[in-house]
Design a protein around this ligand. Sequence first.
Ligand SMILES: O=C(O)CCC(=O)C(=O)O
Ligand SMILES: [Fe+2]
Length: 332
Amino acid sequence: MAPASSFPIIDMALLGGEQRPAAMELLRDACENWGFFEILNHGISTELMDEVERLTKDHYKRVREQRFLEFASRTLNQDNGGAGDAQQGQGVVKAAENLDWESTFFVRHLPEPNIADIPDLDDEYRRAMKRFAAELEALAERLLDLLCENLGLEKGYLARAFRGPSGVPTFGTKVSSYPPCPRPDLVSGLRAHTDAGGIILLFQDDRVAGLQLLKDGEWVDVPPMRHSIVVNLGDQLEVITNGRYKSVMHRVLAQPDGNRMSIASFYNPGGDAVIFPAPALVKAEEAAEAYPKFVFDDYMKLYVRHKFEAKEPRFEAFKSMETESSNRIAIA
Ligand SMILES: O=C(O)CCC(=O)C(=O)O
Ligand SMILES: [Fe+2]
């Protein structure tokens, strides 16, 4: 198993000084070989992060905990409706395969913010989340430009690719709690998946661990670290970089103790954006095997039905649609 100590941690303060080349190299290696890294000194104030954490944890206790406990007790008390002793508990085992031990809500920031419509958020929480989202949006764009630099793409290429004809990316935040679970042997916090979109910025609990990524066939812990932001790359960056960077499978383990907070912000293409490999990253002789071209909304329609499955068949589905339509053109 890859030691957690080798998990890439990038101090963004170094990007402004003479150690910039080494920091950029670490970032390149993280993007090419991990699909995940953690950033420090990212410019988001620690006071704001502390405030968002406090308000998120209060909100869970006040508004969501009771609902979650009801879900938990329903889930763990499932059986086979009076089947024999040997069958008892099988209902729980079956149900556990298809659910995640998490309590979440989703806030959209772009293209149309919906935070004002989400019930049970108080004004203080809404204000803090809005400020946090604005900072995360700027950070995501800054990171995309660093990726451009490492990829040899012109500044702004990735942000433009995400904007699409409507001129706006899709940006939203999933706020999650992973409460303590009496049966972590049966249930996942969140089942293994790759993220569909672009770049994901995660503010995770600094005490309760659980997030793991798959590297070289082994699950590796993403270490909790106070005031850091965990970054990972989604399927769209794999397509645009024509596989130079990869989205990586990750999961959250349910824990017997502790309630893990996670605030994951997804900076994704606009729904109408046409996603395709950057021409500069496709060698002429490999053009036929390049990643596919599609509209991001169409990708999402496929993704929602197959989220907890391998990404390759999703890419292949679009690739074969492309081949079919070019064959039709050739025949006509
Ligand atoms: O909660 C986490 O740490 C990860 C969440 C995640 O992977 C997701 O929502 O896609
Ligand atoms: Fe994810």
